[in-house]
Design a protein around this ligand. Structure first.
Ligand code: FO1
Length: 309
């Protein structure tokens, strides 16, 4: 199984997939549009969130970082006048220090990610969408913000007038990504933000094309229940890009790329209309309030894949 995912929402879904599919049968393609430089270190937030989930280290309350982490280095950096809004924990720092040092000695992001995962005993495969830099930038009345400035520092309050994925026109899919899409038994787009978590991947032509052409069934899970995102700015960003913030808008956003859209039972009334877009619809409880709910959602997504075969 191949999963396309961003950070928080995707990690909860992956928790469910880990309970129903052997990790060695899982390939996860992670968004790197949120990557940033902090204190001179290369941070890959979505890769790290998924990696910590796969290793059982994720702080599940926050949805990012290492469980029970401490922030003593952050506090000391505060004394030196460094910005404190992007909180790097002491254990989390080891990941960024190791990644930065390997990147600086010429390793690709994919090879760094494989090395970190192997060191943490992870047997699922985690691939960055690309080894090339693709940077999500959001245009707002306050100027152009990186994703973390928008999402964390500004708490996604600013109105977004434009979004660009800088570098996507030149970026190549990372080794193994196209193969994982073309030769999967099934491809699942996790309930991540379609615009800023899945969008960067789709902006890389090799990935969009592989998704369009794969013989494997492609299932997307709506990150919205009704008109609202379970968490984060997905509804607002969809609307800013001209998509109705609803499962109907999600269907239009993924039109031509997916065979199935998994929506919440609360949105059952939209099923016929979405089906008229040529997308098959399945209903399932989308709120992953606990591990059992995540597992049930994973099983629902797999059931769609099995039906198509
Ligand atoms: N999200 C926050 O809301 N506040 C933070 O201080 C924060 C720090 C952080 C550090 C490392 C990391 O890997 C992720 C971090 N995140 C933080 C989450 C990050 O903003 C992700 O991009 C989101 O999960 C969206 O994908």
């Amino acid at each position: 199984m191949t999963i396309l995912t961003g950070g928080t929402g995707g990690a909860k879904f992956i928790r469910g997939m880990m309970d129903v599919v052997s990790p060695t049968d899982l390939t996860i393609i992670g968004n790197t549009g949120d990557d940033c430089q902090v204190w001179g270190l290369h941070i890959s937030p979505d890769l790290d969130t998924v990696m910590y989930q796969l290793a059982g280290l994720l702080d599940e309350e926050r949805g990012w970082g290492v469980r029970n982490d401490t922030f003593t280095c952050l506090a000391m950096m505060g004394f030196y006048g460094e910005p404190m809004w992007f909180k790097l924990g002491d254990r989390d720092l080891a990941t960024h220090l190791k990644r930065t040092r390997l990147l600086q000695s010429g390793w690709s992001l994919a090879d760094v990610t494989a090395m970190l995962c192997q060191s943490l005993g992870i047997s699922a495969r985690l691939l960055p969408m690309s080894n090339d830099r693709v940077e999500t930038r959001l245009h707002t009345p306050h100027g152009v913000l990186s994703f973390q400035e928008y999402f964390v520092r500004e708490r996604w309050r600013p109105e977004v007038t434009g979004i660009e994925f800088v570098g996507s026109d030149r970026a190549q899919p990372a080794p193994g990504v196209v193969d994982a899409l073309r030769h999967a038994d099934g491809v699942i787009i996790a309930p991540s933000n379609p615009i800023t978590s899945i969008g960067p991947m789709l902006s890389i032509s090799g990935i969009r094309q592989a998704l369009q052409e794969t013989p494997a069934p492609v299932v997307a899970i709506s990150p919205l229940i009704g008109g609202h995102a379970v968490s984060g700015p997905a509804a607002r960003l969809l609307a800013s890009q001209g998509y109705e913030p609803s499962p109907r808008g999600i269907a239009r956003f993924y039109s031509g790329l997916i065979d199935w859209l998994l929506i919440d039972e609360k949105d059952a009334a939209l099923a016929d209309e979405i089906a008229r877009q040529g997308i098959r619809v399945a209903l399932a409880p989308l709120l992953m309030r606990d591990r059992e709910a995540s597992r049930a959602l994973a099983q629902a997504a797999l059931a769609c894949c099995q039906q198509t075969v």
